[in-house]
Design a protein around this ligand. Structure first.
Ligand code: NZQ
Ligand code: ZN
Length: 389
């Protein structure tokens, strides 16, 4: 394994009723002014808003609301939140929602204190945080990004058409509350795309050096199998507590840095999806579903033993009588079949793109990471996009 330092500052409570049991205690650690942040209003329909506002009231908090956080949150929205934080002398940001709400809150917690151009300093390039961001607590309502237990915030700059994420440990939420029953009301389409996002995070970590025996890869395999099994179960019965709770913790485990330890990790497929999102505002998990199989067909031969291991251990592909190439490709085909089985899109057309004229510009705008076994070029990304079309 490569050398590493592990840190995770988020206090996490998990389980049915955990908001009722723990939120008040956490609130008492902060001052009276709370910014209650949420998305388009699902929390008002499923009762989560009522449960949380009752606790805030009981604790005597002065609440300012910041709502309407959109999927793929924008820098303009971040600045709106930062303004509210300053104007209302906010002591704690309480984000209630999925990745979009949590990411927006993290960016707000930085931008409110920094005051200058936070995009230029912290997203356009990696920055140094030499101040204390406004404390943030999160209540997760949809399983997927794992944003609840890391410092990552993916923000879209609409002016420059760049969607990018940075993980600053200083932005880790102070506390995270994960009640799997809160996810029962997530629409099927979002549940499936969030589930695929979890699988994608694990794959992006798994398919990277080193390949020799390491515990992170072993945990990653257990997590991938858990996501596949529990996503199937949750599709069959959306109120299956066991399935929902496993998916929720799978999501957190995929992105709380544990399975990244000792690994190089590579998120090139995410780099590509983020730029598709910046240009088309597509759904994150759906974009990943379209890209992954095509991307892997481009790179598998550079990491052949790992793709063979993936085929055999995750998809039970029998290796006897097959070359390694055939086994690896059968594993990627099993992944593609799973994507079809759970009803995710498989082409950019299905994602809503009607012509390919934008593809070159999008491909050229993608960040290039060191590579999951093979470093991409912008030409190759364009080939992948064109095949996905
Ligand atoms: O906005 P509301 O009305 O709340 O509805 C949301 C939204 O429409 C709905 N929803 C959430 N909880 C619900 C619910 N509907 C009913 N019942 C509930 N309990 O779900 C929809 C999607 O929410 P969103 O937060 O956008 O989804 P997700 O969690 O997939 O987050 C996506 C964003 O996170 C970024 C993505 O790029 C994207 O911008 N990511 C963040 C990462 C991180 N911070 O570590 C890593 C990821 O790779 C990802 O890039
Ligand atoms: Zn993701």
């Amino acid at each position: 394994m490569n050398a590493f330092r592990f840190e995770n500052a988020t206090k996490t409570c998990f389980g049915e009723g955990c908001v009722r049991e723990n939120l008040a205690g956490f609130l008492r650690e902060y001052g009276e002014n709370v910014l209650l942040t949420y998305g388009g209003g699902s929390i008002k329909k499923n009762g989560i808003y009522d449960e949380i506002t009752a606790i805030l009231k009981q604790e005597g908090k002065e609440v300012t609301e910041f709502s309407g956080i959109m999927a793929n949150p924008t820098y303009a929205k971040v600045m709106e939140g930062a303004h509210l934080v300053r104007e209302n002398h906010i002591d704690l940001i309480l984000g209630v929602g999925g990745g979009s709400v949590m990411d927006c809150c993290k960016a707000v917690s930085l931008a409110a204190v920094y005051q200058k151009d936070a995009w230029a300093q912290f997203w356009a390039k990696p920055g140094v945080i030499d101040f204390t961001p406004v404390p943030l607590g999160v209540i997760v309502t949809v399983a997927g990004t794992g944003s609840e237990m890391n410092g990552g915030a993916v923000i879209t700059n609409e002016e420059t058409k760049v969607k990018t994420g940075r993980d600053y440990p200083e932005c880790n939420p102070k506390f995270a509350l994960l009640d799997p029953t809160y996810t029962y009301s997530v629409p099927m389409r979002q549940m499936v795309s969030g589930g695929f996002d979890i699988l994608s995070h694990i794959m992006e970590i798994y398919f990277s050096e080193p390949n020799e025996d390491n515990v992170s890869d072993d945990i990653a395999e257990a997590l991938m199998k858990s996501v596949i099994r529990n996503l199937r179960a949750a599709i069959k019965n959306p109120q299956d507590y066991t399935a929902r709770s496993n998916l929720m913790w799978d999501a957190t485990m995929a992105e709380n840095r544990i399975i990244k330890m000792g690994k190089r990790t590579d998120f090139e497929c995410h780099n590509m999806e983020h730029q598709l999102g910046a240009y088309t505002n597509c759904n994150h998990g759906e974009g990943l579903a379209v890209l992954h199989p095509v991307y892997y067909r481009h790179i598998y031969s550079y990491g052949l033993p790992k793709f063979v291991r993936f085929a055999v251990n995750i998809w039970n592909v029998p290796a006897e009588g097959k070359t390694d190439e055939e086994t690896a490709l059968a594993g990627i085909e099993a992944l593609a079949a799973f994507i079809r089985e759970i009803g995710l899109p498989t082409t950019l057309r299905e994602l809503g793109m009607s012509d390919k004229s934008m593809l070159k510009e999008i491909a050229d705008s993608c960040g290039i990471s060191p590579g999951s076994y093979k470093q991409m070029t912008h030409e190759e990304i364009l080939e992948i996009f064109t095949e996905c079309f």
